[in-house]
Unconditional design. Structure first.
Length: 187
């Protein structure tokens, strides 16, 4: 059997694992201060935010609860459709809760703009966002982030939860794949 290593598909690394962990810990320390005396409901937007959520909550020092929501935007491609579908909903009532959304990346902003509106409609007391990555070059909808991990250039990235066609979520850094992978010449 041929041995395939995901590292072989990487063109270049954008953010190392150590940088990511350090930054998430900084954000968690700040959020622990900002939410002191409260018990936020931390919402993980599946599946991309799973690694960030995990690191983030383990570094929070305040009481909190977590829940998960699965939204679809991209499908298998690399450009946003702007149409949001709920694949799996929360099990928690957000009414009167301080909600902190954890998201992998803000690109056009459509997903988060929709989600913030939806949670407010459901009666959340406050809705804030922590996005690990932000691509400001492509914003078409205005989204206010309370915490940002890293601002990145307009490149399609994978790793630390982010996928290309459902693969590469297990990479422990943020990277750009070789062009042949996106073009479907190798898989
Ligand atoms: P938006 O609605 O802001 O355009 O896109 C949000 C979603 O699109 C993200 O949560 C993520 O799932 C996906 N996305 C946007 N840019 C990238 C990217 O560079 N790489 C990957 N893997 N997904 C992205
Ligand atoms: Mg996402
Ligand atoms: Mg995706």
């Amino acid at each position: 059997m041929q041995i395939v290593d995901v590292q072989d598909k990487i063109d270049h690394e954008l953010i190392s694992h150590d940088q990511i962990v350090k930054r998430i810990n900084e954000v968690a320390a700040q959020a622990s201060k900002d939410y002191a005396g409260k018990k936020p409901l931390v919402i993980c937007v599946l599946k991309g935010a799973i690694q960030t959520l995990s690191r983030f909550v383990s570094a929070l020092t305040i009481p909190m609860e977590m829940d998960f929501m699965s939204l679809s935007t991209y499908g298998a491609g690399t450009s946003s459709s702007g149409k949001i579908t709920v694949r799996a909903d929360l099990t928690t009532d957000v009414k009167d809760r301080d909600v902190l959304i954890v998201e992998d990346i803000v690109d056009s902003g459509f997903t988060l703009n929709w989600l913030v509106g939806e949670l407010k409609k459901r009666g959340a007391k406050s809705v804030e966002i922590f996005a690990l990555l932000e691509k400001p070059a492509r914003h078409t909808v205005d989204v206010k982030l309370k915490y940002t991990g890293f601002v990145i250039p307009d490149e399609f990235v994978v790793g630390f939860g982010l996928d290309f066609d459902e693969e590469y979520r297990n990479l422990n850094s943020i990277a750009v794949l070789k062009p042949e992978v996106y073009e479907g010449e190798i898989s």
